[in-house]
Design a protein around this ligand. Structure first.
Ligand code: NAD
Length: 438
């Protein structure tokens, strides 16, 4: 049996970053991976989607070139080249992960538990003081007739040709990102969302703003609609306001959430699972001493950077995971951190809101990116920031100022007193905060 200080199972952003940190701490570390380094995020998720989203941005901007005084003609989308660029970005980053893991023993193969702290990979046994499960998640499938006619985001990302039309079941993060990307490439997209607004869980004002922008661009968005069946052809049947309706398309994407992927042998190890996810405490420890679970597999927060941060918690490097921003890579982007206004109301909090639109900002005007808004929620007494929500250009970067203020306990007054460079989009965040407290 091979003995390590730390064994990590799964080389996604949770697993590989944690293994690299453990090695840097001087721990003898092994990571087991059954497929490729990088996991869902790098190979079938965040990175390829962002690469496609960038191509979509370029296509959308080029269609508006004359607005900027630039004449162009003969614009067309060569999707096989778009897909090749995406694959090249992924391949380059995968090499980077291999370099990051230089101090770690990487074992390719399926890892399964064969005892409380014994893991088997390729008929070899391994043990460690700390075993960290980081096996991620896979797409969920609705239990409806014809579900097998749909594709998931893995399959969609592997296409080298575009369909003419597409239905997306689910207007959550994945659904809206692909709706934005494929519409920009000229695909006729319909999104069918169960809730009354897209991006459930996001501040509804920001979600509504994105829905209006995408609708104007030509995405057909149907809300308060429950998909009940998919039929050969392909036709998607759904119920909206008690009426049965249908829409036809060449391909149908199922984007209704993700489910944890559990390693085999959890029973042998005695690791508890509830509602499909591994049960962990605030330190990411399972109920079995020495076994931890981070990332999508514990079902707490299905975001790559949350998995990485949870890994640092498991290693005892950080404690506080209260502030986790997230972004949606539509065009324009949306980003969120902290409480939404709906949650502030539900918790009966005394709060102030400040909002600023992109249109009023000099940099946004110069960039020709005037659609969007920043909204901040501030505690009425302490002036601590409760939440921030952005729909607009560079939202995923702008949110970080609000996230930093929240995690460091910086008040709105300190942000107001902080000089923001001009002209910059950061002034929109500044103005929203000024509006909240003055
Ligand atoms: P999601 O939970 O964000 O959205 C699923 C959507 O499907 C919901 O809006 C839900 O109301 C809808 N839905 C469920 N049943 C339906 C039905 N019968 N008919 C119509 N709509 C239905 O899940 P996702 O978009 O699949 O994403 C999965 C996970 O991956 C999420 O946790 C997400 O945060 C994460 N993710 C994050 C990013 C990012 O941060 N940029 C990108 C991709 C995925």
């Amino acid at each position: 049996m091979k003995v390590y200080d730390v064994i990590v199972i799964g080389a996604g952003p949770g697993g590989y970053e944690t293994a690299a940190k453990a090695a840097a701490m001087g721990k003898k570390t092994m990571i087991a991976e059954r497929a490729q380094l990088g996991g869902t995020c790098l190979n079938r998720g965040c990175i390829p989607t962002k690469a496609l989203s960038r191509s979509a941005e370029v296509a959308l901007l080029m269609r508006r070139a004359e607005e900027f005084g630039i004449k162009s003609s003969g614009l067309s989308v060569d999707y096989s080249a778009v897909a090749a660029r995406k694959d090249a970005v992924v391949a380059a980053l995968r090499e980077g992960v291999a370099i990051e893991l230089q101090g770690v023993d990487v074992v390719y193969g399926e890892a399964s538990f064969v005892g409380e702290s014994v893991v088997e990979v390729n008929d070899e046994l391994y043990t460690a003081q700390q075993i960290i499960i980081a096996t991620g998640s896979r797409s969920a499938v609705l239990d409806i007739p014809g579900a097998e006619l749909t594709i998931d985001s893995d399959k969609l990302l592997s296409l080298t040709e575009l369909p003419e039309s597409m239905v997306i079941i689910g207007g959550g993060v994945i659904g809206m990102e692909f709706a934005s990307i494929l519409q920009a490439f000229g695909v006729n997209v319909t999104v069918i969302e169960y809730c009354k607004e897209i991006l459930p869980g996001f501040d509804s004002e920001v979600a509504k703003r994105l829905r209006m922008i995408l609708k104007r661009r030509g995405v057909n968005i149907v809300t308060s609609a429950r998909v009940i069946a998919v039929e050969q052809g392909i036709t998607v049947r759904y119920i909206q306001k008690d009426k049965e309706k249908s829409v036809a398309a060449q391909i149908v994407l199922m984007a209704v959430g993700r489910r944890p992927v559990l390693p085999l042998g959890l029973d042998e190890a005695g690791v508890a699972v509830e509602r499909g996810a591994i049960v962990v405490d605030e330190t990411m420890a399972t109920r079995v001493p020495g076994i931890y679970a981070i990332g999508d597999v514990n079902g707490r927060c299905m975001l790559a950077h949350a998995a990485t941060a949870q890994g640092a918690v498991a290693l005892g490097l950080i404690r506080n995971l209260n502030v986790i921003p997230s972004a949606v890579f539509t065009v324009p982007e949306c980003a969120t951190v902290g409480l939404t206004e709906e949650k502030c109301q539900a918790q009966g909090l005394d709060y102030l809101t400040g909002e600023m639109i992109y249109r009023a900002n000099g940099k946004a005007q110069a960039m020709g990116e005037t659609e969007g808004l920043v909204k901040v929620l501030v505690d009425a007494k302490t002036h601590h920031i409760l939440g921030g929500h952005i729909c607009g250009e560079h939202a995923s970067d702008l949110i970080q100022e609000i996230a930093l203020a929240m995690s460091a306990g910086v008040t709105a007054d300190t942000l107001v007193a902080t000089v923001h460079s001009h002209p910059s989009l950061s002034e929109i965040v500044h103005s929203a905060i000024i509006k909240a407290v003055r």
